[in-house]
Design a protein around this ligand. Structure first.
Ligand code: UD2
Length: 322
């Protein structure tokens, strides 16, 4: 179950039709006035409940942003160009969205005196020099994406200090769950698709690299905590604290789907991070957040059903609540 939603607030979710944003919207919509600002580059209208106000546009469009943010108490800033590879190919384009337009969002929040909960990333750490990695570890991002998220993360924290704005940065580790799809989706959705289609499951490199996979429902709960915490002006790791190797993940998914797919190895991804895992103690002690969904049960629920639309998910939650 998700934590009790925030009530009677005016809330803007940037990227609200996307993978993480739409889950957040779905949780908030029954009890709040929810606005979504999305350019639908990867988002999908069918993920959205009917009673939300949708402003179609870029976060870099000041008019659209102003319209969507008017009167907001809280802004969940989820919109981003999420592909690390694309940021390497086109650093200025991703900088425009992930940093410059994000600054517009922060400025708009100042206008409205709205709390900001912003999506940062484990990418800020680059190759972590300790594991699990605490928030105090050195930050040496290895991609333009990571550099942009680090700058955003710092701006978010400094806005609290400089302008007395309530802000929180959430450093997401590897998020997975329903609706993660498309060319820049994560390894779990790729492996599931391959296993279901009976195609080879493609492990990049030796498969000994490890990741900390956190379910999107847990990420939603972390956002809700961040929206009400007194510990503002801070960044928090959002992960489970557990790591799994990519090879083991491939075998887990093959077995869980009863697939006959072979697990094969391809060339390693250039610049791939070897190990990534969150020290979750700060989120636990200061936000009161700990991830509840194990990777095993998260994968099982992805396999058993992947309801596509908001109404299907709402129906599922109503059953859960009984
Ligand atoms: C994640 C985030 C990214 C950024 C980064 C920070 C996702 C989707 N991306 O990138 O936004 O925050 O962490 O470090 O969560 N792999 C395979 N076969 C495949 C696809 C991937 O072996 O078909 C491997 C890949 O080489 C990597 C691991 O799986 O070692 C995870 O890849 P990913 O693209 O899911 O996520 P990651 O950690 O590169």
């Amino acid at each position: 179950m998700r934590s009790p939603p925030i009530r009677d607030r005016t809330v803007l979710v940037t990227g609200g039709a996307g993978f993480i944003g739409s889950h957040l919207v779905e949780t908030l919509a029954p009890h709040n006035e929810v606005r979504v600002l999305d350019n639908f580059s990867t988002g999908d209208q069918s993920y959205l409940p009917e009673d939300v106000t949708v402003v179609e546009g870029d976060i870099s469009d000041p008019i659209a942003l102003q319209q969507a943010a008017r009167g907001a108490d809280i802004i969940f800033h989820q919109a981003a160009m999420v592909s690390v590879g694309q940021s390497v190919a086109a650093p200025r384009a991703s900088n425009e969205t992930n940093l410059e337009a994000s600054l517009l969002v922060l400025e708009q929040a100042r206008q409205e005196d709205a709390r900001v909960v912003a999506a940062s990333s484990a990418a800020v750490y680059g190759h972590p020099d300790e594991l699990p990695v605490p928030e105090t570890a050195s930050t040496e991002p290895t991609s333009p994406y990571g550099i942009q998220k680090l700058a955003l993360d710092q701006y978010v924290r400094r806005y609290e200090e400089l302008y007395d704005l309530e802000t929180v940065a959430l450093r997401y580790f590897n998020v997975y769950g329903p609706r993660q799809q498309g060319p820049y989706s994560g390894v779990i959705s790729t492996f599931l698709e391959q296993a279901r289609a009976g195609e080879a499951i493609t492990v990049e490199g030796d498969g000994e690299q490890t990741r900390d996979f956190v379910h999107v429902d847990d990420v939603v709960r972390a956002n809700l905590r961040a929206a009400t915490t007194d510990s503002v002006g801070e960044a928090y790791n959002i992960g489970t604290g557990e790591r799994i190797s990519i090879r083991e993940l491939a075998e887990t998914i093959r077995d869980a789907t009863d697939s006959q797919s072979p697990v094969i190895h391809k060339d390693p991804r250039p610049g791939d991070i070897r190990h990534s895992g969150a020290d979750v103690s700060k989120a636990d002690s200061e936000l009161g957040f700990d991830a509840r969904i194990s990777l095993e049960s998260g994968i099982r629920s992805l396999i058993s059903s992947e309801p596509a639309t908001a109404s299907e998910r709402a129906a599922e939650r109503a059953v859960d609540a009984q």
